[in-house]
Design a protein around this ligand. Sequence first.
Ligand SMILES: Cc1cc2nc3c(=O)[nH]c(=O)nc-3n(C[C@H](O)[C@H](O)[C@H](O)COP(=O)(O)O)c2cc1C
Length: 245
Amino acid sequence: MNPVIELLQSHRSIRKFKPEPVAEEMIRSIVAAAQCASTSNFVQAYSIIRVKDPAVRKQIAELAGPQPWVEACPLFLVFCADLNRSELACRMNDREMVQGYTEQFIIATVDVALAAQNTMIAAESLGLGGVYIGGIRNNPQKICDLLRIPDHVYPVFGMCLGYPNDDPQRKPRLPLEAVLKTDRYTDGEDAARIGAYDQVCREYYIKRDGSARDDTWTQQISEMMGKAQRPHMKGFVQGKGFDLK
Ligand SMILES: Cc1cc2nc3c(=O)[nH]c(=O)nc-3n(C[C@H](O)[C@H](O)[C@H](O)COP(=O)(O)O)c2cc1C
């Protein structure tokens, strides 16, 4: 296996960090690598806010959960879908941006996710570890107030990064056959495959160091999908000028 694939297959989220800071040069290399991700129509519709202020970090950690690793990690980034800059590009060319299309919302959200995953991989390749923080969408308006995020920009998730002070086991993924389909969408064998995967996950959770529990994948997903998820998000993104038509 080549080293890139080995790195990708060794990913696990890290939530405990050594206090050692991440060197400025390293942060710049990581963000430069993030910027090399593919981007829809070259729009580069994202901004990354590095949160250094300890008081702001503390508030974000509370709003996101609480999730104490947000406060404790050496490097915390907030990834924003950003059409503010596109609007500027239009103004610089005496054009008016046609706004509010769901398609633009998808473009900006996909762009920021691609840049974020490049960030994670670049960081891991340098010996760092990290975890995404979707918890910032618990109260996205407060996050916008804290970080002065304007209209046409919305915070999608945060990311904690730093040198790992933990060595968790990798979480098993779905069987490849359940994910990779050929020529047409098929799901006839999914129940059997997912049933077997439930047992793999149960074993993983039982054997897991530190936070063992009896749980399966389908139990987790049915718990999550069986209730409303951040129902404020629709109104929030619409208030920011996204996803209106
Ligand atoms: C968009 C996104 C948001 C996430 N939000 C959180 C979060 O708020 N807190 C957390 O501890 N983990 C969060 N995670 C991490 C997932 O729980 C984790 O990636 C998943 O359980 C798989 O585990 P692994 O990354 O260790 O393989 C998030 C992951 C993604 C992709």
